[in-house]
Design a protein around this ligand. Structure first.
Ligand SMILES: [Fe+2]
Ligand SMILES: [Fe+2]
Length: 264
């Protein structure tokens, strides 16, 4: 199975990149399943029902989340019950939505996706992603050997530690959240593909998606500043993983960092 994973889709620019390029990549690279992190799809914070539908139409099969998963209006949370949208599994029980899902693609093969959030340098007090993740993987392996984990975290050490902790039991552990792609993609000894961060699909002329001036002002002044999404330098960041169907082991991981020109 060939899986395309898209790094944090940021605002209008990120969505437009996918609208223009995703179908071509899916066909050209013979992609079977497309997963993308959508926590920043709505103006940099959260996702909405309307945008969820649009991302699905552009070619995304499953949309994962992160610390911004709950940054949405209370009136618009029903889409969070859809089996193709995830938020981190280790948020306290009782929250809306799910953190793990298994879907069957048109040719009959199944793939499971688990979304976790790290705790190092993150604000939320969450359950242990290592223990929560391991239990979810054990349960999911009863229905499919092909499992992708989106590990949404700040610290590379936490992401790498988790990947080594579950190496050989999942097809891939893919980092998200920093919006800066790392060049450490590899297949670990046990057969788990890994990258510390898949990067951002959105405006490269920005500071991790937001307008540069505003972010610089925040650092200089140390007082609140309203951040707005930037628009320039559309790019697509992600990885393609090739997985052996019967064992779920990764055969390869290829990094994508593509600058895009919009056609008016
Ligand atoms: Fe993000
Ligand atoms: Fe995040």
């Amino acid at each position: 199975m060939r899986i395309l994973f898209i790094g944090d889709i940021f605002g209008n620019t990120g969505r437009r990149v996918l609208a223009e390029c995703l179908r071509t990549i899916i066909e050209g690279k013979k992609i079977d399943v497309c997963i993308g992190n959508g926590e920043n799809a709505a103006g940099g914070r959260g996702l909405t029902s309307n945008l969820f539908k649009k991302l699905r139409k552009y070619g995304l099969d499953i949309i994962t989340g992160g610390n911004h998963s709950f940054s949405i209006p209370d009136s618009d949370i029903e889409f969070m019950e859809n089996e193709r949208v995830l938020r981190p599994l280790n948020f306290p029980p009782g929250n809306i939505g799910r953190g793990a899902t298994v879907i069957t693609i048109p040719d009959g093969r199944s793939i499971g996706v688990i979304n976790l959030q790290g705790r190092t340098f993150m604000h939320e007090a969450l359950d242990c992603p290592f223990r929560t993740g391991k239990a979810a993987i054990e349960e999911m392996r009863k229905s499919t050997p092909i499992i992708v984990v989106d590990f949404h975290a700040e610290a590379t050490s936490e992401k790498l530690a988790f990947a080594n902790y579950v190496d050989g039991t999942v097809s891939a552990v893919l980092g998200t959240h920093t919006h800066v792609q790392t060049s450490d993609e590899k297949v670990l000894k046990g057969g788990t593909a890994y990258i510390s961060d898949a990067g951002m699909t959105g405006p490269e002329d920005s500071i991790i998606g937001m307008q540069r001036k505003q972010v610089i002002r925040r650092f200089l002044m140390q007082t609140p500043v309203r951040f707005e999404p930037a628009e320039g330098g559309p790019m697509l960041n992600g990885v393609i993983i090739e997985v052996e169907d019967t064992t779920g082991k990764a055969l390869s991981i290829e990094r994508i960092y593509e600058r895009v020109t919009f056609h008016e």
